[in-house]
Design a binder for this molecule. Structure first.
Ligand code: BGC
Length: 442
């Protein structure tokens, strides 16, 4: 038993977090470029203008991927790099950049796994009301169609959207770009992105591209801290309003009655047009599951405080609960009778600030190794029980721009020196390399 030889081992990043080159080669700004210049939005007042400079240093990244020996690299395309206005004109320099990336990966024997939208809407489209404007469905499918036609032969795995919840955080809660705060618009934005996903799947099938297409949705399962009716109700409410908002229509074909009736009575129900639900539920080839942790909740703040004193926690104060991956895999199969393969498209943990170095100068990220080992053990259990999981992507290849946490939360198995832009393996990079070798029996 255990992981099969053809199980895909990978590492993940996204364009807006590693590329930099924000104004190079004719790229237009994304909503994160603009949002990050608003004082107080990003820890340390930093921006993603340079990040890890992958726009100029992709060879470095390929070298590091090869060092670890991964089968696949999950990355995303910056929409505003290839289409600075969001629609219409293609930017040749941007398209060439990705051509070179995919060629370099394929030459190194590393399969590109490409996400079209990882939170970085072209600012030009935000100026037309962004994800709230229903026209975004057409804008996104135009962009998707162009990418499928250009790169359909060299990219075997595609995801339309990464974590659609980010639109809600950006349009309803104001915590992510574009920083708007309107509950009803937030619901419309997250509905529109799911419809846009379906339209992109249609564009994929029509383009004749050869690979597989899916979507990436994160699951943060709520758990009741106390065995009480109130806490159980809170779990239901939060599950419904968070990850189930996306998995229900995409994997199950409809929003839940619970969600619809609550949004209706709260006056925040989005406009749902005829045909939206079947579009959101278009058959896809795989489900990309991002899973980092569970979320213990209670209506009683004292119970919540006690819980965070008593449990098993990492140095960054997040709970160590590696079974989260097994729970999430089981759950989606139970809820939706899932018949398509699953990829774990992200899993990983962070240090706050710098990790300490060992005597050899290598960063000692023992907490990360503990976390990964635990998750991989539970993943193996899911595989052994027969769940069809085909791959695992560790987040992240290197320390990068962690959205509102700036460069302070570090998720990399390579450390990035943000002055010299060199990347060096941490202990976890050696660990993951050896793990992959062992599993493959090399
Ligand atoms: C996102 C990544 C992010 C990671 C760690 C995921 O929600 O897709 O972009 O860096 O979590 O926070």
């Amino acid at each position: 038993m255990g992981f099969k030889k053809d199980f895909i081992w990978g590492l993940a990043t996204s364009a807006g977090q590693v590329e930099g080159g924000a104004a190079d080669g004719g790229r237009g700004p994304s909503i994160w470029d603009v949002f990050s210049t608003v004082p107080g939005r990003i820890h340390g007042g930093v921006t993603p203008a340079v990040c890890c400079d992958s726009y100029h240093r992709f060879d470095r990244d390929v070298k590091n991927l090869s060092f670890v020996g991964v089968d696949s690299y999950r990355m995303s395309i910056s929409w505003s790099r290839v289409m600075p206005d969001g629609t219409g004109r293609l930017n040749d320099a941007g398209v060439d950049y990705y051509k070179r990336c995919f060629e370099a990966l394929n030459n190194a024997g590393i399969k590109p796994n490409v996400t079209l939208y990882h939170w970085d809407l072209p600012q030009a489209l935000e100026e037309k009301n962004g994800w709230v404007n229903r026209d975004v469905i057409g804008w996104f499918s135009e962009y998707a169609d162009k990418m499928f036609r250009i790169f359909g032969d060299v990219v075997p795995l595609w995801s339309t959207v990464n974590e659609p919840i980010a639109t809600y955080v950006g349009y309803a809660l104001g915590a992510f770009a574009p920083g708007r705060r309107n509950e009803k618009e937030g619901n419309q934005a997250r509905h529109n992105i799911l419809v846009a996903h379906g339209a992109a799947v249609d564009a994929f099938r029509a383009s004749g591209a050869k690979g597989d297409i899916g979507i990436v949705i994160d699951i943060w399962k709520r758990h009741a801290i106390r065995d009480t009716e109130e806490d159980r109700r809170l779990v239901i409410d939060q599950d419904e309003r968070n990850w189930k908002f996306y998995t229900d229509p995409v994997l199950g074909g409809s929003y839940s009655d619970y969600l619809l009736s609550h949004l209706q009575s709260e006056g925040t129900l989005m406009d749902i047009k005829d045909g939206d639900l079947p579009l959101m539920h278009r058959p896809i080839d795989f489900y990309g599951l991002n899973v980092y942790n569970r979320v213990p909740v209670s209506v009683d703040s004292r119970a919540a405080a006690d819980f965070s004193q008593g449990g098993n926690f990492l140095n960054n104060k997040t709970e160590y609960y590696p079974k989260a991956v097994y729970d999430a895999i089981r759950l989606v199969h139970e809820l939706y009778d899932l018949k398509i393969p699953v990829y774990i498209t992200e899993n990983g943990t962070y240090s706050i600030g710098e990790e300490a170095r060992g005597a050899d100068g290598v960063k000692e990220d023992g907490d990360r190794i503990r976390y990964l080992a635990g998750f991989l053990e539970w993943l193996e259990k899911a595989v052994d029980e027969g769940f069809d999981v085909r791959g695992y992507y560790l987040w992240s290849l290197m320390d990068n721009f962690e959205w509102t946490a700036g460069y302070n939360y570090r998720f990399g198995i390579f450390e990035t020196d943000f002055d010299t832009l060199e990347c060096r393996p941490k202990k976890s990079a050696y660990w993951y390399r050896d793990f992959i070798k062992k599993v493959k029996g090399q």
